[in-house]
Design a binder for this molecule. Sequence first.
Ligand SMILES: [Zn+2]
Ligand SMILES: [Zn+2]
Length: 320
Amino acid sequence: MKLDCELLPRTGADYKANLHCHTTHSDGKLTPSQTREAYQAQGYSVVAFTDHRRYGWYPELMDDTFVPLAAFEADLDTPGQDYSYVKTYHMNFYDCAPETRGEFQAPQPDFAYGDTAALIDYVAGLRAQGFLACYNHPYWSLQNYDDYKDLRGFDYMEIYNHGCEIDGLYGYQPQAYDEMLRSGQRLGCVATDDNHNWFAFGHPRCDSFGGATMLRLPRLGYAEVIHALQNRHYYATTGPELHELYIENGVLHVRCSPVEKIYVITAGRNTHSEVSDSGDTLTEAAFPLKGNEGYIRVDCQDTHRRHAYSCAYWLDEMQK
Ligand SMILES: [Zn+2]
Ligand SMILES: [Zn+2]
């Protein structure tokens, strides 16, 4: 297969982002400016302010070193008295151009859980208004294949949600990602904190700094962040770094920080993998593609079972 494609740009630098965050404007403990301060101190350059049902745009937090993404988290619940058993869709929406929007009330779903056509319309309506859409934490939501197989229009989903991991509700959701991809959805994947900061920094139950999305940008800026999110110029991580990802002459090349295993997951059963010798690590691998993979996505797993996940990339899109 003769295929050449840069999946992650080979120029630019990586900027660390937390794309899911709650503040005092919903049920979080920190104000937006305290959030910026804490995340910047840990090397982050981007935080999306996704308070529940409340659009958050804080232009006063933006400068050359930090981008606050304007965003909100919407929800759609099944009826029920005991919230512990209520199934729910949680969705984050990210504003591509907040400075042109003015006053904005985050619209909430006004239709019943299970009305998938209305849900798809709701997501499409927000995307038409200039938002990117993320499908959040399926397992915390008590959702399964039946709830997400027919979704359409999301730009990405959470392959890892740190708050869910801390709560014992499966932070890692790679199977849901593959099931969405295999059901025909073409979306990326992000890792997020979904932090509420009810526990102090350093406490074992602190829900900050566990899941990050690394954005590859020519320079830091609001428009550059949105462009990267729209073009899958990012990867999700709970630790390892993904340095290079490209296809040359039909061979997929991966370069990363030291890891134990590098997998290429595909639409089918024909995965590719490279595994280090016992006690050793890998920092690169090359995989000749067969051409029938459908999509490819890379999972680099380190010795602490932490992952760097690329987005899925479809071979038929590269061949255009
Ligand atoms: Zn949520
Ligand atoms: Zn949330």
